[in-house]
Design a binder for this molecule. Structure first.
Ligand code: GFB
Length: 312
């Protein structure tokens, strides 16, 4: 381990989101102080506010888990929101961190930064080698800019700012809104509601053939803490699960976990997105980190949190 969190003040930007919330929970087991700021006190789009807040709080470490995120439909419907908000959030945070002397920054991107037809599994070297998937290129461009910010502050100022690219995530605190969510929470909700209503089917978007790799957010949070301590390199590092499933297979698995016994139908008018984005996480695994939460167990956990959040 090359960086110690002991006694450090760690700012987690985006703590009310699924990823930031998981990182805060994980950091509770470290000997560090966690600081956060809700949107009511700190608007991350506002450069002056971010600078003032950072100068006042003086964190030594920052995790950038704040982002405007959404599923395939939200990404393609609100391109300006996804590009502008994410560019502003990361630029404001990283520049303010540098100004305030923050020692270590972990910036979180996404597997969609890689070219639409990158060789699978996708290695970090694939970045910027081909055209992006059109359904999420706005978000991807913003996240690529975030990687470049970390690299630029490293190169120009010697800052230990790193970036990591998680695969598709799910878990407690996810967004279950059917229009804006990712596929996992959408399928959990659809299967649950179909079961409750006694329907004999629920519908998934697209052909069901795209392949996706899923990781429980608690595994991701563990990887983040590991990387804060052990990683210092300009190159982004992949955080993947190691295997993928088709969306059709995922729907069947979710139905099994939820206890829905009907059939799954397909809405071919909805987009498939990229055919496959399995990441090569060999660099991370070679450092000694591996995920622990198997897909079915992770879905069961996410379903329990969904039930708890919707009780009463
Ligand atoms: O998770 P998802 O919205 O985003 O969709 P991406 C994954 C796949 O699931 C697509 C299919 O092929 C969808 O068509 N799908 C099936 C559904 N049923 C549903 C449904 O009810 N809801 C949703 N949302 N999808 C996102 C990017 O891409 O991945 C973001 O848009 C981000 O930028 C994120 O990178 C990790 O995996 O296609």
């Amino acid at each position: 381990m090359i960086f110690s969190l002991a006694g450090k003040r760690v700012y987690v930007a985006g703590h009310r989101g699924m990823v930031g919330g998981a990182v805060v929970r994980r950091l509770a087991t470290e000997q560090c102080e966690v600081v956060t700021a809700g949107r009511d006190v700190l608007d991350l789009i506002d450069q002056a506010q971010v600078r003032q807040w950072m100068a006042h709080k003086q964190p030594q470490v920052m995790v950038v888990a704040a982002a405007k995120v959404g599923g395939i439909l939200a990404n393609s419907t609100y391109p300006a929101d996804f590009l502008y908000n994410n560019l502003m959030i990361e630029a404001n945070l990283i520049e303010a961190a540098h100004q305030a002397g923050v020692e270590k920054v972990l910036f979180l991107g996404s597997s969609c930064i890689y070219p639409q037809l990158a060789p699978q599994p996708i290695r970090e070297e694939s970045l910027l080698t081909g055209p992006l998937e059109p359904t999420n290129e706005w978000y991807a461009i913003a996240k690529i800019a975030g990687i470049k910010l970390c690299q630029a502050y490293r190169a120009q100022y010697g800052r230990d700012y790193i970036s990591a690219m998680p695969t598709n995530l799910y878990g407690p605190g996810d967004n279950f809104d059917l229009q804006s969510s990712h596929v996992m929470p959408a399928l959990i909700r659809k299967a649950h509601e179909a079961k409750l209503a006694g329907r004999d089917s629920f519908e998934i978007w697209g052909s069901g053939t795209p392949l996706r790799e899923f990781m429980h957010v608690d595994d991701l949070a563990d990887a983040c803490v590991f990387l804060l301590k052990a990683y210092s390199d300009p190159m982004p590092i992949n955080i993947g699960f190691g295997s993928d499933v088709t969306i059709g297979e995922l729907a069947e698995l979710v139905a099994k976990v939820v206890g829905f016994t009907g059939i799954v139908t397909r809405d071919a008018t909805k987009p498939d997105g990229t055919p496959r984005k399995l990441m090569d996480s060999a660099r991370l695994h070679a450092m000694g980190w591996a995920p622990r939460i198997a897909l079915e167990a992770g879905i069961a956990d996410a379903y329990q949190h969904f039930l708890a959040a919707n009780a009463g």
